[in-house]
Structure formats: structure tokens, C-alpha cells
Design a protein around this ligand. Structure first.
Ligand code: NAD
Length: 283
């Protein structure tokens, strides 16, 4: 095993590095730029941001300062709930491009299934066909949202980015997405520091056995489920550690042990919380 970060081929042929850096809640520009520098030095090439994280400008500066070729980076951003609608989506996308200082995005996602996501998707399809986005996808979509989207539009999302960790494994949605060739991208892959998943005894025992950290066992479990992972850290040692997961593997028996600790325990809000979706959709 060569320990390089592999690519996953999306349903439109575009390749995405299976591991990227998440930057949710990193609002301090210097801290963010330093984290991205460490990540790029550790061979990360994939960064996951969103308009609502209020850090696209700093991500753009970090990209520029890296002097890497744009084509060697994979940048994702997301359409926020209050920007839904056909014209609104195009305007929000262009504003993200501007803040990031780039002329195309590798991936653009609908952040949550807020009212009017079909109209937004139609605008994203046009931006995709015009070459402004290499791959379009969704986030926090349940099976019924995906069915609705696929029934009313042409392009099947490349990914669905959803909360996933050993205490919330999303088995039903995972299988549905595999059947429809929609890649599973895990947000909160380490449980976001909630629910104490990093101290789970099954995971800490596996960590000891493989001389890896619990975080590495969890991330390895994700990649062996064919998920794309975007763990967040602002610490150099953790950024390095989180990418150091391609030089060992978990056996089928070990994967089954982790499957058995699922608690179906969501750490964040439900995508079926329509009251919240409607509230955040307001300008
Ligand atoms: P995460 O599961 O990646 O947890 C991050 C936390 O885990 C860090 O703050 C740190 O405290 C800890 N951590 C990181 N590496 C560690 C290590 N090696 N050992 C011990 N602890 C470690 O949670 P997240 O940041 O919420 O999710 C990852 C990314 O997913 C985000 O940064 C963001 O890009 C994306 N995200 C998307 C959505 C969405 O709705 N689409 C929601 C939340 C997050």
C-alpha cells in the first residue's frame, strides 16, 4: 500500500480525491490559511468550503499563495438555503467564484434541501453544461429528496454529502446512493467532537491493534465503505494523521464490528426539519 490519497471517479467521469480538508467553523483567515498550507504540504488537494462558512475569501487566498496549478486542486463550495431559485442560484454561484478568486468550481452542492431546490438544480445544470462547474451534487438529501430531484431534472447528482460516522452510519441512504451511482461523501466523519465516538471501546481497541489513532480507524472505515471524507482540523499533526490512512486496512470482520456499533444517533439537525429549512430560506 503506497499511502497516497486515491481518487474516486464520480458518475460523470470526474475524479475527486477521496480525502479532503473540511473548513467548517474556521473563520480566522490566518488560521485557515495556515491549515490549508499544512494540508497541501501533506498532499491534500481537495478543500470543502461553503458560502455560509464565511471563509471562501481566505480559501481563495490560500489557493493563490500555494502557487499550485488550479487544475491540480479540487474545490467544493455550496449553495446556501437563502439563495435558492433559478436566478438566485446563478448569482450566489458567481459570488462564490469571485470570493474564491477562481473561474470555475470542481464541485458545487445544494447545501440543504430547502424549498425550491428543483429550480436551483436547473440553474446548476446550466452552469455545469457551460463548463463553470465540473460536477454538481447535493448535501443533506434524504431518499425522498433524491427521488424527487431525479424525477424532475436531468443530471443525477454526483455526490450526496451527508452526516456520517460510526454512531450514525446512514445504511439505508448509503445503499440507495450506491444503487443510483451517487457517491457518499461523509461530513462530520469524526462525529464533530459530539457523542464521544472517538472514545468508543470497539474503536479504541482496533486503534491499539493497528497502532493507529481512533480517528484514523474511523476514517479508514469510511474509505473502505467507498465514502469520500473531509475531516476538519486546524492542527498540523492531526491534518497529517488524518491523511495517513492508506497504508493499512481493516478486515471484513473488523468492518463488521464497527457496523455493529451504529446507534442511529444524528449529531446535527435533520434534513426533514422543514420549519428550520423554511426559516433559513428567508432572505
Ligand atoms: P469532523 O467530524 O471532521 O470533526 C472535526 C473535529 O474533530 C475537529 O474540530 C477536532 O476537534 C476533531 N479532530 C479532527 N481530527 C482529529 C484527530 N486526528 N484526532 C482527534 N480529534 C480530531 O466535523 P466537521 O468539521 O463538522 O465535518 C467535516 C467537514 O464537513 C466540515 O469541516 C465541512 O467542510 C463539512 N460539513 C458539511 C456539512 C453539510 O451540511 N454539508 C455540515 C457540517 C460539516
Amino acid at each position: 500500500m503506497n499511502n497516497q490519497i486515491p481518487n474516486v471517479t464520480l458518475n460523470n467521469g470526474v475524479k475527486i480525491p477521496q480525502l479532503g480538508l473540511g473548513v467548517f467553523l474556521v473563520k480566522d483567515a490566518n488560521e485557515l490559511k495556515q491549515s490549508i498550507k499544512w494540508a497541501l504540504a501533506a498532499d491534500y488537494r481537495h478543500i470543502d468550503t461553503a458560502m455560509i462558512y464565511e471563509n471562501e475569501t481566505a480559501v481563495g487566498e490560500a489557493i493563490k499563495e500555494s502557487n499550485l496549478d488550479r487544475k491540480d486542486l479540487f474545490i467544493t463550495s455550496k449553495l446556501w438555503n437563502s439563495d435558492h431559485g433559478y436566478e438566485e442560484t446563478k448569482a450566489a454561484f458567481n459570488a462564490s467564484l469571485k470570493r474564491l478568486g477562481v473561474d470555475y468550481l470542481d464541485m458545487y452542492l445544494i447545501h440543504w434541501p430547502s424549498p425550491n431546490y428543483i429550480e436551483s438544480w436547473k440553474a446548476m445544470e446550466e452552469l455545469y453544461h457551460a463548463g463553470k462547474i465540473r460536477a454538481i451534487g447535493v448535501s443533506n438529501f434524504q431518499i425522498h429528496h433524491l427521488e424527487d430531484l431525479m424525477a424532475h431534472t436531468d443530471v443525477v447528482p454526483v455526490v450526496n454529502q451527508i452526516e456520517t460516522h460510526p454512531y450514525f452510519q446512514q445504511k439505508g441512504l448509503h445503499d440507495f446512493m450506491a444503487k443510483h451511482n451517487i457517491a457518499h461523501e461523509a461530513w462530520g466523519p469524526l462525529g464533530q467532537g459530539k457523542g464521544n465516538v472517538l472514545n468508543d471501546p470497539t474503536l479504541t481497541e482496533l486503534a491499539k491493534k493497528h497502532t493507529k489513532s481512533t480517528a484514523q480507524i474511523i476514517l479508514r472505515w469510511h474509505v473502505q465503505r467507498d465514502e469520500i471524507v473531509i475531516p476538519k482540523s486546524i492542527h498540523e499533526n492531526r491534518i497529517q494523521q488524518n491523511r495517513d490512512i492508506f497504508d493499512f486496512s481493516l478486515s471484513d470482520e473488523e468492518m463488521a464490528k464497527i457496523a455493529a456499533i451504529d446507534k442511529n444517533q444524528r449529531g446535527s439537525r435533520s434534513p426533514d426539519d422543514t420549519e428550520w429549512l423554511e426559516k433559513t430560506a428567508k432572505k
